[in-house]
Ligand binder design. Sequence first.
Ligand code: CP
Ligand code: NVA
Length: 320
Amino acid sequence: MAPRHFLDISTLDRDTLRGILDTAHNLKAERNAPLLSGLAKAESYASQSMLKGRVLAMIFEKPSTRTRISFDVAMRQLGGETLLLNKDDLQLGRGETISDTAKVMSRYVDAIMLRTTKHETLEELADNADVPVINGLSDRSHPCQILADLMTIEEAHDGVIAGRTIAWVGDANNVATSFVHAAAKLDFDLRIAAPKSLSPNADLIEWARGEGCTITVTENARQAVAGANCVVTDTWVSMGDKDVDARVAALTPYRVDAALMKVASADAIFLHCLPAYRGKEVTADVIDGPQSRVFDEAENRLHAQKAILTWCLAHDAELT
Ligand code: CP
Ligand code: NVA
């Protein structure tokens, strides 16, 4: 059977995406049930052996706090183990091909997570691996992050994302691209406010509209945020971006502050994948204020990644 790669939300069918999200919610509920009933911790969890004996290799070409820790803890909580690898510690750093690396690693480990500077590396790894490959962020997209964001939005809005309006404000970067992919699959309206120089790729928007998605691209942040149920932003300078001064100049009008949040719906939440830079893309009063859900969002990385891992590796396992 071909391995189940998790490279992009755009490659998943709607039912699969819905299924992964439902599993993520269920795994979170299972983990948090003892806490909610006043117990410090459960003696055992139904999911704790789902990935027993499985090993996930994690390769990082860029730094990470959340992705690294949440994947590691996710594997441990599901009974599996991880190997943490930096590109420079592998022969990859000395020119061994991605294809040979994929074939060799497939003989040792059960899945590979890669955070890479080039999305093409991820695709080449997946094309040559016999085990699932997971996108832990590329220059093109960040699908694991968006699963956590979708969970957080559903938690804040009665479990329903369809029909909601999400406003992305700032650089239309890798995280924004995965939001576009998700909008095309889950029937929410997406509005992207970005300066012309950092607006989303026209082909991406055309693809999303072709999928039946209602997507607005504007240079006007207030127009994008008006009445929205969720306001999202990200750093102005992503890992690998060089044009710092030009970015800061172009993005300063897109800072999310209290005045901008006021034009959103009264029930609007604020999301940011983190790491955040207070006073740059978002003011401290917003990210540390009552509408912010950024730490739920960060927690949800753990639950979402467990759902991705079980989808990739435990096709037949059922949560009891
Ligand atoms: N949001 C996110 O992916 O964080 P890290 O870069 O810390 O993994
Ligand atoms: N857009 C950011 C996300 C970091 C998690 C980056 O690529 O650096």
